[in-house]
Design a protein around this ligand. Structure first.
Ligand SMILES: N[C@@H](CCC(=O)N[C@@H](CS)C(=O)NCC(=O)O)C(=O)O
Length: 215
């Protein structure tokens, strides 16, 4: 039995989708991560940053959304969310999984938690810098999604980076839903819609407050 500590709409979404797709027994344990709430000292023992997600399994404690997602996707191939080790697409899977966590997510966090990145009380320079970096990063992702036929990073097969991408973009309504409404990043918009073609993934997205496909 897995316990996934998370918060709806947060970085716990990607591992939540893999758990749902895996058929494994799991419990989703909600954690209050609102800015004005004290972190529960018991939770800080599991995750010293007080962030989500954390996966607890057989007495082991694992953190980092991308790592948990990839670990579970490899462990449960029936979830069909990762190419196997010998699959020619494996390197692209690893490349995008890593890029999304160490570049896209990091820049979104920079934009979201500006005060953590400067000692200045005026954080507008951090916001501006993050916004311009995000623009560049989204252009790279948009082009990357053009490589294969199909809406996903790996063409027609959905894998963990597809969920991860949309999980992170939805943290900023202007960049997630707003950009889709404006038709700004069409490949990214198709990627979002593609997630809803799988019932197991759509179920978790709806639980996490996603309205559904725009198409
Ligand atoms: N690199 C971490 C980042 C996790 C993260 O920043 N989670 C956010 C929610 S999306 C959080 O817990 N924020 C509350 C806080 O930082 O106190 C991961 O991917 O798991």
């Amino acid at each position: 039995m897995y316990k996934l500590y998370g918060s709806l709409g947060s970085a716990s979404l990607a591992p939540h989708c893999v758990l749902e797709a895996s058929g494994a027994d799991y419990e989703f344990v909600p954690v209050d991560i609102s800015d004005d709430s004290e972190r529960d000292p018991e939770y800080l023992k599991l995750n010293p940053h007080g962030r989500v997600p954390t996966l607890v399994m057989n007495g082991e404690i694992m953190m980092e959304s991308a790592a948990i997602s990839m670990y579970l996707a490899d462990k449960y191939p029936q979830a069909k969310m990762a190419p196997g080790l010998d699959d020619p697409l494996r390197w692209e899977y690893l490349q995008w999984s890593t890029y999304l966590t160490n570049t896209l997510q990091e820049t979104m966090l920079l934009k979201r938690y500006t005060s953590g990145y400067t000692t200045d009380s005026d954080t507008s320079a951090v916001s501006e810098c993050a916004a311009s970096r995000l623009d560049h990063i989204l252009g790279i992702i948009e082009d990357g999604l053009d490589k294969h036929d199909g809406p996903f990073f790996l063409g027609n097969s959905l894998s963990t980076p597809d969920v991860y991408l949309n999980m992170v973009l939805e943290w900023d309504p202007e960049i997630g839903a707003g950009a889709r409404e404006r038709g700004e990043w069409p490949n990214i918009g198709r990627n979002y819609d593609g997630l809803f073609t799988r019932d197991d993934i759509a179920r978790v997205l709806h639980q996490n407050g996603y309205p559904g496909s725009s198409g």
